[in-house]
Design a protein around this ligand. Structure first.
Ligand code: GUN
Ligand code: ZN
Length: 487
């Protein structure tokens, strides 16, 4: 190589380093019952080398720094750095309707959701809402989402355009509904097919955008719409499919009646949609057989505990989805605005409680006939299982774990910087109880701290969010409420 070639090469590559305490995952902790730390990596003093937005090297500072001597390093002390959170199921045009009182899914859709989403016909309204949506994601430490837009193509366009401006890895698509909604909200199967085809051409794999063919749910889909989805998937096999499945009991009953199918999943199976790159949101009422069929088909389910509580949908069977005999791919999602929080930390908080209730139901203490101690155990959301599920596990659940989810070399460098000493007063108490001032020194200490963040903390613990090696969000000091003195 001539010297000018070497020079051009080094000038064109942007290499930087991040020094701090890192925690990420290399495996599924549900595979390591009793030894979950085997699934994780922790470096109290670590170094992440990033080249052109991707991880070039990762490991202990002492080792990696000598191999990368001339790299400019940003030191982030007193924090925990994790791969960016992944929200597997969220609705962009519901950003302005969080906290609508008192309805289950079907009434909530009619009363609050469709009337708000119809406003996204208007490009300016959609643009402003989409901008708020992404601001909220980044402030929550979420770097990737799989999102529903709505019936109108401008909403899908604004979603991909805003994601592109922020250089974020997203999955999304025009959201199809051709029944069960007001006339001016529904689409036709033909239009949905044509618009989806155009949008796939315009956005799929352009920058970091990935396209999901998105029938909203089986209740809002005629056979024509589902046939259009089937045709689209055949024509564009590289695309994702995203929808809802078995969320609410009344919904499930209506779906089976309308489609004449024995269960909810079989509606999507009938149109050959259930397979690799298929995600079904919620899955609260999936039967054992449906879970098994999803596992066999390599399909994915998204656990949305905040929403399942808020809309009263029910308790997702976490221990069933993670059965090693029929392990289903799984991401966790906010389901904003069915979910009343943008924060994946809040999702973990509620997910933990769902698991604990399931655990009580399965341990034999309420009814010995329901006892299943292994499934009961799998419902316990340890910090390893929890943070895996919103990082590497979420990436696996969305079929993007070859690109994001941990700090392996070659991965896209999206990460979140957590401040354990922010937010509620209790966090200060936890800090002194668990780690002392120098921060966690062992993986066990870091895991304890992460558990306290997910159960006591929230988005206030998100200090910074980075996208492909660039800081995209930093909480300003003024956002932090003054702590009340105890003296
Ligand atoms: N099923 C169909 N549409 C929706 C929606 O917007 N939110 C939820 N939670 N479920 C749905
Ligand atoms: Zn949803």
């Amino acid at each position: 190589m001539t010297s000018w070639q070497g020079k051009t090469k080094s000038m064109s590559k942007q290499v930087t380093g991040i020094r701090g305490s890192f925690f990420d995952f290399i495996d599924d902790p549900w595979k390591h019952v009793g030894n979950e730390e085997k699934s994780a990596r922790f470096y109290a003093d670590g170094l992440l080398i990033i080249e052109d937005g991707k991880v070039k090297a990762f490991g202990p500072f002492d080792k990696i720094s000598v191999q990368h001597k001339d790299v400019e390093i940003t030191h982030i002390p007193g924090r925990l750095i994790l791969p960016g959170f992944i929200d597997g199921h969220v609705h962009v045009p519901q950003t302005r309707i969080l906290g609508a009182f008192g309805q289950q899914l079907l009434e909530w859709l009619q009363e609050w959701t469709f009337p708000e989403e119809i406003k996204y016909k208007n490009r300016d309204y959609a643009k402003a809402g989409t901008k708020h949506f992404f601001d909220n994601l980044l402030a929550s430490g979420t770097t990737t989402c799989q999102a529903f837009t709505t019936t109108f193509p401008v909403a899908a366009e604004e979603f991909f355009e805003e994601a592109t401006r922020r250089n974020m890895l997203v999955i999304g698509g025009l959201t199809g509904i051709d029944r069960f909604a007001p006339e001016d909200f529904i689409d036709t199967a033909d239009n949905f097919y044509k618009d989806t085809k155009r949008l796939i051409g315009q956005y799929h794999r352009k920058g970091r955008n990935l396209y999901a063919i998105t029938p909203r749910f089986a209740l809002g889909a005629t056979p024509d719409l589902l046939e259009a989805c089937q045709k689209l998937k055949k024509e564009f096999p590289d695309t994702w499919i995203n929808t809802h499945v078995s969320e609410n009991p009344s919904e499930c009953r209506l779906v089976e009646e309308l489609h004449g199918c024995p269960d909810y999943l079989s509606v999507y199976e009938k149109y050959e949609l259930v397979g690799h790159k298929f995600s079904g949101g919620h899955g609260v009422w999936l039967s054992n057989g449906e879970f098994e069929r999803m596992a066999q088909a390599d399909a994915s389910v998204t656990f949305c505990p905040v929403s399942n509580f808020f809309l009263g949908s029910g308790l997702f069977r976490l221990g069933r989805a993670t059965d090693p005999k029929a392990r289903v791919r799984m991401s966790f999602g906010t389901d904003v605005g069915g979910g009343n929080r943008f924060s994946m930390i809040s999702v973990l908080d509620e997910a933990y409680k769902v698991g604990m209730i399931n655990n009580t139901h399965l341990d034999g203490s309420t009814d010995p006939r329901n006892q299943d101690l292994e499934e009961a155990e799998r419902n316990k959301l340890s910090p390893y299982r929890a943070y895996y599920s919103v990082t590497l596990g979420g990436a696996h659940g969305l079929y993007i774990d070859d690109r994001v989810g941990n700090f392996d070399a070659g991965k896209e460098a999206d990460f979140v910087v957590l401040d354990w000493n922010a937010g509620p007063r209790a966090m200060v108490w936890h800090e002194s109880m668990i780690v002392g001032n120098e921060g966690p020194q062992t993986m066990a200490e870091a895991a304890d701290l992460l558990f306290s963040i997910m159960t006591v903390g929230d988005d206030r613990n998100v200090d910074e969010t980075w996208i492909m090696g660039n800081r995209a969000y930093q909480k300003s000091a003024k956002d932090e409420p003054a702590l009340a003195s105890t003296h």
